[in-house]
Design a protein around this ligand. Structure first.
Ligand SMILES: [Zn+2]
Length: 451
């Protein structure tokens, strides 16, 4: 005989007029048990849960964001960013899953032993779920299968100097060798696409002048490298992904490759969609990243590429460093570390830029949640749908705030967005049905195939 119990079957019910489901924002009740979305009913169904959250008229419920491009840097450069600080920032920004890049941490994640080291460093201190990319570097072709079997979501490579000595770059022919290996197990290669020789021949960057820095990382270097990625993917049949697309010149070539059936996906980042070269003050190295933030007309073409589906996803490329490496004393773009940190702010940055262009919130969330989840093969993330993890964000799209670096959880709160007014405030983040508590890490480490 069953014991009579007052305990409802559902741990949590969230209900409101605007819940983002497959058909768009709808009046719904979402029922959650054991960390998973169990049922979605029309608003008014009266689901009973141990805890019930009622959205106000200003609030919407969206799936937690999935950010597949985060440099955590632990172990080895934990003073740049660590798992605790990065995942706190993620949770505060409505990001419930990150996938960590294989470089800037030491050792880089280029063999299984390094992956285990990284997993032990992350264990018990993450506030959101964390997966890992492996690295493809000269000499580690023999490690790729083992890394894949150990649960990395794919492999990152560079086609030019990575910025750190311990993570080498591939020549296009080496890329093709690795793509052939990956094609055997349908692995994914994600590529930093700037051409080494083109950059070598560009004027070298120096001084406080942003235009000089921009000239040192020309669109042509990106275009050439994207062309290599496209043709090597075409030749091998492997899946390839272009990271942080900045040059809009590459869009027609990407469009044509996709039309031809090349297995290619592309991401861009909040800074390429919200900022413009013309607005970067002299010496403001917090704007330095590679590839660089380009001109306003280029930015508008990237928006077109997103809207027509040429660009698949928007992820942060959160790539922090300490303040001294940003060379604020000299403002020298040639010396400063290249990387923009925006993990905590990405949703509001992109939403602010989207709404001024008449782009609906549902599309922004698709680019920042469903698409990156699909890229990494995270089948239980990226949607409010039955059977998915209950990773949910209560968001107020019409609320506004001014970016105060002191309120960022990033370990080094250096940001080009300081004092900017942004639309959209993350009110509450739920990870697998539990409201994230920034004092109690409850994230999990994700393994490809098991997550
Ligand atoms: Zn990156």
């Amino acid at each position: 005989m069953n014991q009579p119990t007052d305990r409802p079957d559902l741990d949590l019910v969230v209900r409101g007029e605007r819940v983002l489901v497959a058909s768009g924002f709808q009046p719904r009740e979402v029922g959650i048990a054991d960390g998973m979305i169990r049922t979605i009913e029309p608003l008014g169904a009266g689901l009973v849960g141990e805890r019930v959250v009622e959205l106000t008229g200003d609030q919407v419920l969206i799936p937690g964001l999935v950010d597949t491009h985060v440099h955590v840097n632990e172990p080895g450069r934990t003073h740049w960013e660590g798992f605790a600080s990065a995942t706190r920032a993620a949770a505060a920004g409505g990001v419930t899953t990150i996938v960590d890049m294989p470089l800037n941490s030491v050792p880089p994640t280029t063999d299984v032993q390094a992956l285990q080291l990284k997993r032990s460093a992350a264990q018990d201190q993450v506030f959101v779920d964390v997966g890992f990319w492996g690295g493809a570097v000269p000499g580690n072709a023999g490690e790729l299968r083992a890394l894949w079997d150990a649960g990395v979501f794919g492999f990152k490579c560079f086609l030019l100097h990575s910025g750190v000595e311990e993570f080498g770059f591939l020549e296009p022919d080496d890329l093709e060798v690795d793509l052939r290996i990956l094609a055997e197990f349908d692995g994914l290669m994600i590529v930093h696409a700037e051409d080494s020789r083109a950059i070598d021949h560009a004027p070298s960057p120096h001084g406080e002048d942003y235009a000089a820095f921009l000239a040192s990382r020309p669109r042509g270097a990106e275009n050439l490298a994207v062309a290599e990625v496209v043709e090597r993917a075409r030749r091998t049949g492997a899946r390839a992904h272009v990271l942080h697309l900045s040059s809009s010149d590459a869009l027609p070539m990407i469009r044509s490759a996709k039309r031809d059936g090349v297995r290619l996906t592309v991401e861009t980042c909040p800074h390429y969609l919200a900022l413009a070269a013309e607005e970067v003050p002299d010496g403001a190295t917090q704007f330095k990243c590679c590839p660089p933030i380009r001109e306003a007309d280029n930015r508008e073409l990237l928006w077109e590429g997103l809207l027509d589906g040429t660009i698949d996803a928007v992820v942060s490329d959160h790539s922090p460093s300490t303040a001294d490496l940003k060379a604020f004393d000299t403002g020298d773009f040639g010396i400063a570390w290249g990387g923009v940190s925006s993990l905590q702010l990405g949703l509001s940055i992109v939403w602010t830029a989207a709404r001024t262009r008449g782009v609906p919130l549902a599309r922004v969330v698709e680019w920042m949640s469903a698409r990156p989840a699909a890229l990494a093969g995270l089948t239980r993330k990226g949607a409010i749908a039955v059977g998915h993890d209950a990773d949910l964000v209560v968001f107020e799209p019409d609320a506004a705030f001014v970016v105060d670096p002191a309120r960022l959880h990033h370990k080094n709160p250096i940001t080009p967005y300081a004092d900017r007014a942004l639309a959209g405030v993350v009110m509450t983040t739920f990870l697998r049905g539990h409201e994230v508590d920034l004092t109690r890490p409850a994230g999990r480490l994700l393994t490809r195939g098991l997550s």
